[in-house]
Design a protein around this ligand. Structure first.
Ligand code: GRF
Length: 212
């Protein structure tokens, strides 16, 4: 199995998938996106994957499975058949079953639109505004069995303005997501990391030689 082989799971607009595929095509991000899976037939992410000419583009219909675990097992089989090392969640709106998370332990990555551990869950952007934080952003983390709770790989910050709406703040956060996901995946396959407790320790320090 190639350490660069990636499966992307996405349910929605797929802008993170789009910038990732662009970064791969431009030679900026050295991953091999072998498979894109969606749980929604109308997900724009599927069109983006097809337009990019990917061979592995799958809609797996949750309605054809009796429960979450059997649906996830079908996804897992496709991921293993494509020999993907990493599973990259990019706006994937289903909670993963414990069996899926255990099967791919330490190999599932998610992006979340808040500075975790603040505001986990599906309403992260509006919760940040309602709470009144002045800074928010996005977090890329490993997935474990706690929702949005796994070890943190990287984060980026944005200001929150007084007149922000969910849409304006999310748009500002997404600009950062679109830089951070390809950059983090590049680091992951080129440098690698280890885990100490719940800390991700990158094998090469990005800011080495540039610290105060
Ligand atoms: C992103 O904001 C991500 O943080 C969250 O879902 C959104 C997906 O956006 N998990 P897109 O479908 O990639 O545009």
């Amino acid at each position: 199995m190639s350490s660069k082989a990636v499966a992307v799971m996405a349910s929605g607009r797929g802008t993170n998938l789009k910038v990732l595929l662009e970064a791969v095509a431009a030679g900026i991000c050295p991953v091999d996106v072998r498979l894109v899976i969606s749980d929604r037939a109308d997900a724009e992410a599927l069109n983006i994957a097809r337009a990019a000419g990917l061979a592995g583009v799958l809609f797996i219909n949750p309605k054809e499975y009796s429960d979450r675990a059997t649906f996830d097992a079908a996804c897992a089989e496709a991921i293993d058949a494509a020999a993907c090392q990493w599973i990259v969640l990019a706006g994937y709106m289903r909670i993963l079953s414990s069996s899926f998370v255990r099967r791919f332990h330490g190999r599932i990555i998610n992006i979340h639109p808040s500075i975790l551990p603040a505001f986990p869950g599906a309403k992260a952007v509006e919760s940040a505004i309602e709470y009144g934080v002045k800074v928010s952003g996005c977090t890329i983390h490993l997935v474990d069995e706690v929702l949005d709770g796994g070890p943190i790989l990287s984060q980026a910050f944005v200001p929150v303005f007084d007149d922000d709406t969910r849409e304006t703040l999310h748009a500002r956060i997404q600009k950062e997501e679109h830089k951070l996901y390809p950059a983090t995946l590049k680091r992951m396959v080129e440098d690698g990391f280890s885990i100490t407790g719940r800390r991700v320790i990158w094998k090469k320090h990005q800011d080495a030689g540039n610290r105060p």
